[in-house]
Design a protein around this ligand. Structure first.
Ligand code: CO
Ligand code: CO
Ligand code: CO
Length: 329
């Protein structure tokens, strides 16, 4: 998926076909999956971006958690990671880069993976992230195509990181006000992924740049179902609704909204700040999990008993007129 014309350009490039490609370029998903043998499939992903916070160590943590997340969203276990670095060595203290890399390394350590190497490019604007390789059983990949009518939708992190980052950058709130957002972004989706794997979930994604609605839309298309989204059941980060109501909306939220125009139907009075937050680009957001109704309570219990959170934020219906319906309930 993707707003703009890049996806159209990419569609014109011939795809190299192979029977071992289980998830590739033709299917929008979190990561690519390549079957090695009957028991093992490789999961590969890459993600890097410019700093979202001032603290370089925290930025490293967030960027690494975000990159690792795509492996977790596919139901995989990360094995190896490579650092991807852009840095202006001539005008920024190299110790800043050291802090970024240390933050990233700490998250890779927590994930149980190892860093094998990396590559640095001289660039006026710093950027950091990881290329990550993970594994899973070829029969147990969790994809955007695995949602079924009757499933409930569970979200594992509150929304609003883009709005809160914008509010900090605008000087409206302080770093300490934004702490819950920082903690959420620097938290691995590892435990949440393990909990959904224990329940035998087939459909999930992680919420990142396209926002909740954009990623829900990808899953709804992939699964050929309609996602019913309950706006008043959504978990929001502290102060996110106030900041959104004040208009501290990142540009990406408007790009996401214009991409989804006509694709999402609204029922009842869904407040503007809720609509903005539902399309707010998330950094290192939570997992969106489609799970059969009788297993949902088990998932929520599993998440809570292991110090994670989970909210039922909607349900899955047979495909109707729109891929996404948003209700004020
Ligand atoms: Co993803
Ligand atoms: Co990604
Ligand atoms: Co996926």
């Amino acid at each position: 998926m993707g707003p703009g014309t890049l996806s159209e350009i990419l569609k014109k490039i011939p795809v190299i076909k192979s029977p071992e490609v289980l998830v590739g370029l033709e299917i929008p998903d979190d990561a690519g999956v390549y079957r090695l043998n009957e028991e093992t499939a490789l999961i590969q992903t890459v993600d890097f971006f410019t700093p979202v916070v001032d603290d370089p160590y925290l930025f490293g943590q967030i960027a690494a958690a975000n990159a690792l997340s795509d492996i977790y969203a596919m139901g995989g276990r990360p094995l190896t990671a490579m650092n991807i670095v852009c840095f202006p060595t001539s005008c920024l203290d190299i110790r800043v880069l050291g802090e970024i890399l240390a933050g990233g390394a700490e998250m890779v350590r927590r994930s149980g993976a190892v860093i094998l190497g990396g590559h640095t490019v001289e660039d006026p604007e710093p950027k950091y992230g990881l290329s990550v390789t993970g594994i899973c059983h070829p029969d147990r990949i969790i994809t955007n195509q695995g949602a079924r009518p009757g499933d409930l939708l569970v979200l594992t992190k509150p929304l609003g990181t883009g709005v809160l980052i914008t509010a900090v950058k605008g000087g409206v709130i302080s770093d300490s006000d934004a702490r819950p957002a920082y903690d959420a972004m620097a938290r691995l989706n590892k435990t949440a992924s393990e909990c959904m794997q224990e329940q035998g979930v087939r459909g999930a994604t992680d919420i990142t740049g396209f926002g909740f609605l954009g990623h829900a839309y990808e899953m709804a298309i992939g699964s050929q179902c309609t996602f019913e989204v309950w706006a008043n059941q959504m978990p929001w980060l502290p102060q996110a609704r106030d900041m959104a109501a004040m208009g501290l909306i990142p540009a990406g939220a408007y790009v996401n909204q214009s991409y989804l125009k006509g694709k999402v139907e609204f029922f009842g009075v869904v407040k503007d700040d809720q609509i903005d937050l539902l399309s707010d680009p998330q950094t290192s957001g939570g997992l969106l999990i489609a799970i059969s109704e009788h297993k949902a309570q088990g998932l929520l219990n599993g998440l809570r008993s292991r110090g994670e959170e989970g909210w039922v934020v909607g349900s899955v219906s047979p495909l109707g007129n729109h891929y996404i319906n948003v209700y004020s309930k």
